[in-house]
Design a protein around this ligand. Structure first.
Ligand code: ADP
Ligand code: MG
Length: 380
């Protein structure tokens, strides 16, 4: 048992089972997961841990170690928070109980949950999905129920969409539930299936947090605005962007706003990059895969228009460093982290230099992580 799990159990204070679900980094295919497209995330060894024990009543009592707060709801009487209510950490937990009951009809039992995580919050590594999937796994575990992993992911997405009022696609919850150690997954978000995309053992994913935070939840978040424009492109085409070719989009350019056209073009090209990327990884062509990541950044910056100057700087700096095969902003955009594909023997020096150069350019100390690719959610 790790020290983190031990400490969590001590805080929980009674016999409990412990469940975990990881955060993620996305390698290719950004903003494609609500267009039925492809994306390629990997689960990280950063995760949320939940210690769970059953109660004899129908209360869900939640303790966030990281926020130092408690919350309580009655599972028989869950009310969706108002859209304009400030988002609270416990919404992500209650929301999962709400959506599991709604979608699966499973009668959940009252429970005490103690929750802690080490996924950086709001950095684009999807701490929210890791909380949702960890809580869902815990609630199902103590109810003695199992569901297909993809169903768990859908219920968690529904929690974020319908209870937290955050407009996310399925990528984050899918990878948190279904991730496979040592691999990214090339996810077909319409079929809800995935192909393994093996990351060679002599390479590392180095994640660098620009420390620029974004806002995901709420109707007027950057994410919601962007998403509306992607949906405008789909609406103009009369079908999901998954089914639209680049030529078709170009031919229909005057039927949509400029923003919708550029957002749509990124979604179509980035989804296609996932299909090319998985083939390159299977053929062990890491160099070409790295170039594809860098190309994806250019598309996200120039076409999609959702990068930020700090992340552009991190990508530029990364590409100049020894052993770096590719680099891009990862996650929803407007800040957060970059991910770089780096030769394992160069990774430590890469991480140190990138941090030092970013500090001297911006005055900001970026968090840099040499990541391990972990399995998806489960009992610890
Ligand atoms: P991210 O990109 O990290 O998913 P979000 O804004 O979507 O950013 O989600 C962050 C929110 O998720 C936090 O503000 C908090 O409400 C919840 N959250 C994340 N990690 C934890 C945690 N360890 N404990 C409690 N709540 C958490
Ligand atoms: Mg999130």
């Amino acid at each position: 048992m790790t020290a983190r799990v031990q400490e969590l159990l001590e805080r929980h204070g009674r016999a409990a089972a412990v469940y975990q679900a990881p955060g993620r980094v996305n390698l290719l295919g950004e903003h494609t997961d609500y267009s039925g497209g492809f994306c390629m995330p990997a689960a990280l060894s950063f995760n949320t841990l939940v210690a769970a024990s059953p109660r004899s009543d129908s209360l869900l009592r939640m303790h966030s170690v990281d926020f130092g707060e408690w919350a309580e709801v009655n599972l028989r009487n869950l009310q969706v928070p108002a859209k304009d209510a400030p988002t609270k950490w416990n919404f992500y937990c209650e929301g999962v109980a709400w959506s599991l009951a709604q979608e699966t009809g499973i009668a959940l039992k009252g429970a005490d949950l103690t929750i802690t995580g080490n996924v950086p919050l709001g950095a684009g590594l999807s701490s929210s999905a890791s909380v949702e999937v960890a809580v869902a796994t815990a609630l199902l575990g103590i109810a003695g129920q199992t569901l297909p992993k993809a169903t768990v992911a859908l219920a968690c997405q529904r929690a974020e969409n319908g209870y937290v009022h955050g407009s996310c696609g399925i990528m984050d919850q899918y990878i948190s539930a279904c991730g496979v150690k040592g691999n990214a997954l090339a996810i077909d978000t319409r079929a809800m299936t995935a192909e393994l995309a093996p990351i060679p053992e002599d390479l590392r994913l180095v994640v660098c947090n620009s420390m620029v935070t974004h806002k995901v939840a709420g109707a007027e978040s950057d994410y919601a605005i962007v998403r509306r424009e992607v949906e405008e492109a789909a609406h103009a085409m009369g079908r999901q962007l998954r089914d639209v070719s680049l030529d078709e989009l170009v031919a229909a350019r005057n039927t949509m706003s400029d923003e919708a056209f550029h957002r749509g073009r990124h979604v179509i090209t980035d989804s296609a990059r996932v299909v090319r990327g998985v083939a390159l990884l299977k053929a062990n062509d890491s160099a070409a895969f790295g170039r594809l990541m860098t190309e994806a950044h250019a598309s996200f910056r120039d076409d999609f228009g959702a990068s930020c100057k700090e992340c552009d700087l991190l990508v530029e700096m990364a590409l100049e460093l020894e052993g770096c095969l590719g680099s891009r902003l990862t996650g929803g955009g407007f800040g957060g982290c970059t991910v770089s594909l780096v030769k394992a023997d160069a990774a430590s020096a890469f991480a140190e230099t990138l941090q030092a150069e970013y500090k001297s350019a911006t005055g900001v100390v970026a968090q840099v992580f040499i990541c391990e690719i972990a399995d998806g959610a489960g009992k610890v």
